[in-house]
Each structure stands twice: as structure tokens, then as C-alpha cells.
Ligand binder design. Structure first.
Ligand SMILES: C[S@@+](CC[C@H](N)C(=O)[O-])C[C@H]1O[C@@H](n2cnc3c(N)ncnc32)[C@H](O)[C@@H]1O
Length: 259
């Protein structure tokens, strides 16, 4: 099939499956197969292309990042598959705030709790090469993917099995995007393809705030959780507690410092 028809068919198929951005997703898939960018697709409209079931997978509401097998996060391209959560654009703000809090601290010791694909830990190492970054996760599948990403990107991050209790070891900075969804009911179908251990959880923020031995803490939070987490940080003795909005204007990241 030629690209022009493949795009049209894919768009129709994805629209019928309820995808909100069927044209964009069709362009991403075609671009991936052709090894070009989305806009580059339009230089190949009369070329032959074989999409090999990728459109079917997306129509089955598999996240686009899993279908493509890679996804951009900050300056990195990460391998993405069902072993770990798809890195989200809002999580880039966690990295931004973490870098701001690290400031001029030399060779800071940084812990990422729930490292998943490695997104936060690897982006921090990429953007602060002097940092000594450790990522922990309870999921061995996620750790395997994070290790593959670290190796491919040649970023020297320590990745080990562990949970939120690692926060008590003593750090310059603890970051986490912990599982914070209460239920998947009513949420978009793509989430059902992602590991439940990455999504479903409660009380992580409060536990981390209470137990962490750290000079700075940056936490991603769910919708309507920021004010409770802000209070938990203040109760735990953090100062300069602040909330940062994501691009949709939702209170998404809570941070604080402690002497
Ligand atoms: C929301 S995902 C975040 C993944 C990655 N940091 C990111 O931002 O894309 C949460 C991660 O926490 C891990 N996790 C769940 N329970 C945990 C626990 N008790 N201790 C450490 N990690 C945990 C999950 O396996 C998952 O990889």
C-alpha cells in the first residue's frame, strides 16, 4: 500500500477505535516505519509502506509509545514496552524541579523511587553528569528495562531492587513519581496495558515525606492530591514547600527542602 492510502486507512481505523488524535497517531506510526519524522512522511506519499499490525495494536488501545517501542523524554529517547509505565510529559517537570533544587550542590547523591523505564533517573544523570544517581523499583521487569535504557544511553546510574524505605539511607535529593491512581475505572483504556504496580497505589507520598532523610524532595502527584502532599511535607518539617503546575494547569509536582 502507498503511504497516502496507509495514512487514510490508519486514520479511519484509529478514529473508529475512539482514539482522540487519529491523524497524529497514524503519522507517528508511518513515520516510525519509514524511519522519518511526522512531517517527513509527506515527502513519501507515493512510496510503498507495510505497517505490520502496528495500527491494529494502536486500535486495540495499546499506548502509542508501546506500539512504537520508543518514546522521547527530556533529551533522551527511551525504549518503552509493557514492562514499565510510559514516561509522561508532566514527569519532565519533576526533572526540571529536581535540577533546580540540586542547584550548585557538587556530586549530589540522588535517589529515584520507582524508577520504571529509568526516565527520571536517566534524565537527571544526562543533565547533571556529576550526580550519583540511584534508582530503585519493586518490579524486576521495570528494572530490566531501565538497565537496557541505561546501557543504550551509556548513562552510569545504579539500578537496584528496592522500595520507598531506601529514602531513609540519606540523600541530597529524593525524587519519585510513585503509583498514585486509586482505580482504573473510568480512565482511558490505554492504562489497562500498563503495569498495575506502576499505577495503583496510595499513601506513597506521605510515607516518603515521613521517612526520607534528604535535603530536598520532589514528588509527582495525582489530580487533587497536591494540597494533601504539600501539608504532609510541611508536617514532616520541609521548608520552601511549593507546587508546580503541569502544562494542562493541574497541580502536579510538590517539592520541599529540609536542613
Ligand atoms: C508511576 S511509575 C513511575 C515510573 C517512572 N519513574 C516514570 O516516571 O515514568 C511508578 C513505579 O513505581 C514502582 N513501584 C511500585 N511500588 C513500589 C514500591 N513500593 N517501591 C518502589 N517502587 C515501586 C512501579 O513498579 C513503577 O515502576
Amino acid at each position: 500500500m502507498i503511504v497516502r492510502e496507509a495514512l487514510r486507512e490508519a486514520e479511519q481505523r484509529l478514529a473508529a477505535a475512539g482514539i482522540e488524535t487519529p491523524r497524529v497517531d497514524a503519522e507517528w506510526i508511518v513515520a516510525h516505519v519509514l524511519g522519518t519524522t511526522r512531517s517527513g512522511v509527506y515527502a513519501h506519499l507515493d512510496d510503498e509502506v507495510e505497517l505490520d499490525g502496528l495500527v491494529d495494536r494502536r486500535a486495540g488501545r495499546e499506548p502509542l509509545a508501546y506500539v512504537l517501542g520508543e518514546w522521547g523524554f527530556r533529551r533522551l529517547t527511551l525504549k518503552t514496552d509493557k514492562r514499565a509505565l510510559v514516561p509522561r510529559p508532566e514527569t519532565e517537570i519533576v526533572v526540571e524541579r529536581a535540577l533546580a533544587l540540586l542547584g550548585a550542590v557538587e556530586s549530589p547523591r540522588v535517589l529515584d523511587i520507582g524508577v520504571g523505564s529509568g526516565a527520571i533517573a536517566l534524565a537527571l544523570k544526562d543533565e547533571r553528569p556529576d550526580a550519583r544517581v540511584v534508582g530503585v523499583d519493586v518490579s524486576h521487569d521495570a528494572l530490566a528495562l531501565a538497565r537496557e535504557n541505561a546501557a543504550a544511553l551509556q548513562l552510569d546510574v545504579e539500578l537496584r531492587a528496592g522500595d520507598e524505605t531506601a529514602a531513609a539511607e540519606g540523600w541530597d535529593l529524593v525524587v519519585s513519581n510513585p503509583p498514585y491512581v486509586e482505580s482504573l475505572i473510568g480512565l482511558q483504556p490505554e492504562l489497562r496495558h500498563e503495569p498495575h504496580v506502576a499505577l495503583l497505589g496510595e499513601g506513597f507520598h506521605e510515607r516518603i515525606a515521613e521517612t526520607a532523610q534528604t535535603r530536598a524532595l520532589v514528588l509527582e502527584v495525582g489530580d487533587d492530591q497536591a494540597r494533601d502532599v504539600e501539608r504532609a511535607l510541611r508536617d514532616a518539617g520541609y521548608t520552601d514547600v511549593a507546587i508546580t503546575l503541569d502544562l494542562a494547569g493541574v497541580e502536579r509536582v510538590v517539592e520541599g527542602r529540609r536542613a
